[in-house]
Design a protein around this ligand. Structure first.
Ligand SMILES: [Zn+2]
Length: 410
């Protein structure tokens, strides 16, 4: 079915382009036959309107094969785009390459005008055009329905060896995080594939809720400073005496984040308006003190809390409302359980270390409210454990992958 359809289509496209060319030529002919106009053209070149056209109205490509498109009749900047990048991609210079079997349109925008080229990608060519590897790991460019001899003729090179390197035979290795295009040459034929290099997500985000407190927060900050680690503090209301701790959190490079002026569930989850007031008042207070506009937040009790059950559906409404208002809320996927009654240095250590997982974002829930010394006591050992196993500590930023509890039961 497929080849017949494509052929029919090509015939149609060819006919259309013939008509288009014929019309264009006819226009030029009428133009030139007029003597008066000819004279004018000599004086002023601008009065002659060249036909702006794309050099190909239709194109059939193998996967990974690169073909050059050009727009003729203009010196203006051309903006190239693909209607479906899963089928074919195009770069700023009009080079098109097939990604996966299918049909799409490549657009060339010249000012407000658009020119189109229909691109059909056949199943032959590169087996895959997009590869994803982890830093330090690699793979080899593979081919689909292509004879080994023909594939061997293609010599590969990397357009940015700092991101990934490739041997002539197509074996590539990720060097640092980023995206790089690999170019293959075989005579006049050009191929392209893309390699995205990711870094392993062995990240640990230590988070401290319900502070600052004059006895625990300084101890935590001291440890983090000595170990050169950045963390995140979800703070509640603080006294004038503790303002210096808020300032220290910012000064030492940690993320200052919102928990809420009040932590009293009955008050804050009474209504959406009450909750938003509680969060914005803290945001304003912190901004006045530090000049930082905090938009990273954590719901008291987490988004999956059962303490708000007295107001059915409030968490469902709030989780979408805060995101609409531009906040990014974080829950956790590891808990120190250090707000529980039966806790010790040993239980905090066990709860955190047994919860850490490789190849993901680990958001660890801890507390720095007054009197909670067990977390500080366990912190150095927790850091040792994680660092010895290749984890890195980071602070939450606007770009951090969200960790949110699902489903929201209320
Ligand atoms: Zn809390």
């Amino acid at each position: 079915m497929r080849p017949i359809k494509v052929r029919k289509y090509l015939v149609l496209v060819t006919m259309c382009s013939l008509i288009f060319f014929a019309e264009a030529k006819a226009k030029i002919a009428t133009h030139k036959s007029n003597g008066a106009l000819d004279e004018k053209e000599d004086k002023d070149d601008k009065s002659r309107k060249p036909v702006v056209q794309i050099n190909r109205e239709a194109l059939t490509l193998h996967k990974g094969r690169v073909r050059q498109l050009k727009v003729e009749g203009t010196d203006k900047r051309i903006r190239w785009s693909s209607k479906n990048e899963a089928v074919a991609m195009v770069d700023a210079e009009g080079r098109v390459w097939g990604v996966d079997q299918g049909v799409t349109t490549i657009l060339a925008k010249v000012g407000k005008r658009k020119r189109r080229c229909q691109v059909t990608v056949a199943e032959k060519g590169l087996g895959l055009v997009n590869y994803t590897v982890i830093k330090g790991k690699g793979g080899v460019v593979n081919w689909a329905n292509v004879k080994k001899k023909a594939a061997k003729k293609v010599k590969w090179s990397s357009t940015n060896p700092r991101v990934a390197v490739i041997k002539k035979n197509g074996t590539f290795t990720g060097v640092s995080a980023g995206v790089v295009d690999m170019e293959g040459k075989a005579g006049k034929k050009r191929y392209r594939c893309r390699v995205a290099v990711g870094i392993p997500k062995n990240a640990v985000y230590l988070t401290f809720d319900d502070g600052p407190s004059s006895d625990v927060t300084p101890r935590i900050l001291d440890i983090l400073k000595r170990r050169n680690i950045k963390a995140t503090f979800f703070v509640v209301n603080y006294s004038v005496a503790n303002e210096k701790l808020i300032k220290r959190i910012v000064k030492e490079g940690h993320t200052l984040a919102l928990h809420g002026l009040s932590h009293v569930y009955r008050d804050i989850y009474r209504s959406e308006a009450a909750f938003m007031k509680n969060i914005t008042r803290l945001r304003k207070k912190l901004f006045k003190l530090t000049g930082k506009d905090c938009t990273i937040m954590r719901f008291p009790g987490g988004s999956s809390n059962s303490s708000s059950k007295f107001n059915p559906g409030v968490m469902t409404r709030l989780t979408s409302l805060v995101q609409e208002e531009g906040y990014r809320y974080f829950d956790w996927n590891v808990s120190a359980e250090d707000a529980e009654r039966y806790k010790s240095k040993g239980s905090v250590y066990r709860n955190v270390t047994s919860g850490l997982r490789k190849h993901r974002v680990n958001v660890v829930l801890c507390h720095d409210f007054g009197g909670n010394h067990v977390t500080c006591d366990a912190l150095d050992d927790v850091i040792d454990y994680a660092q010895n196993r290749g984890y890195t500590f980071r602070r939450i930023s606007k770009r951090t992958e969200l960790v949110q509890h699902k489903p929201i039961p209320n």
